[in-house]
Write a protein that binds this ligand. Structure first.
Ligand SMILES: Cc1cc2nc3c(=O)[nH]c(=O)nc-3n(C[C@H](O)[C@H](O)[C@H](O)COP(=O)(O)O)c2cc1C
Length: 183
């Protein structure tokens, strides 16, 4: 038997994206965003409330980096999602995150998060932002044979029903191949 749950944002898995920007004094800020994803090749869509310091930084000229939150930094990634840079200037220091400037865009990279998309805003309308991916920066500690190793990255996902974070699980199939058995 199926049950109706009404209008809920229950897409699984949801990402945990950590968006980092600079303010006009080159002070780094970051926030947590679950509502985002690939919208085209080389392009990401983010649903971002305009009151966030992150959005104001971007509208004032900062680029942005989008890092994938990992199981090793759950409390730090959650912290940047519950405290605003408007209220806590040294938010990243409080989270014990360290940053260095991207060489590709005008935005900080968080050292502790090993997979980072370096991005530039294309548009922002009705709180939906489209950004171009300029480059992907990766710590080589999460690579195996030159490719992202998900077991080393340990990405977490957001469960909107229980407000919990979960680590991405085991391989259960091969994309573009397993379905061929039914063709
Ligand atoms: C799990 C989680 C997911 C979130 N997803 C979003 C999101 O998709 N869009 C958004 O605008 N805010 C989202 N937030 C809220 C912002 O991260 C939060 O308001 C943050 O403090 C904004 O920081 P800032 O003002 O320094 O930019 C999320 C927070 C958490 C904890």
């Amino acid at each position: 038997m199926r049950k109706d749950l009404g209008v809920k944002t229950y897409i699984y898995p949801q990402p945990v994206l950590i968006i980092a920007t600079y303010d006009q004094e080159k002070h780094a800020d970051a926030m947590n965003a679950a509502w985002g994803g690939i919208s085209d090749s080389g392009e990401v869509m983010l649903s971002l409330s305009q009151g966030h310091k992150t959005v104001q930084n971007i509208l004032a000229g900062s680029d942005l980096t989008i890092s994938i939150a990992t199981a090793d930094y759950v409390k730090e990634c959650d912290y940047v999602g519950i405290v605003s840079g408007h209220d806590v200037m040294d938010k990243l220091e409080k989270a014990s995150f360290h940053t260095f400037p991207s060489t590709q865009v005008n935005a900080p990279i968080i050292e502790e998060l090993p997979l980072t998309l370096e991005c530039r805003m294309k548009s922002y309308e009705d709180e939906i932002m489209f950004v171009d991916i300029i480059n992907v920066s990766v710590d080589d500690g999460i690579l195996t044979d030159g490719q992202i190793d998900v077991d080393k990255l340990k990405p977490i996902t957001f469960d909107p029903a229980h407000h919990t974070y979960r680590q991405l699980g085991a391989v259960v199939g091969k994309a573009f191949q397993d379905g061929l058995k039914l063709k």
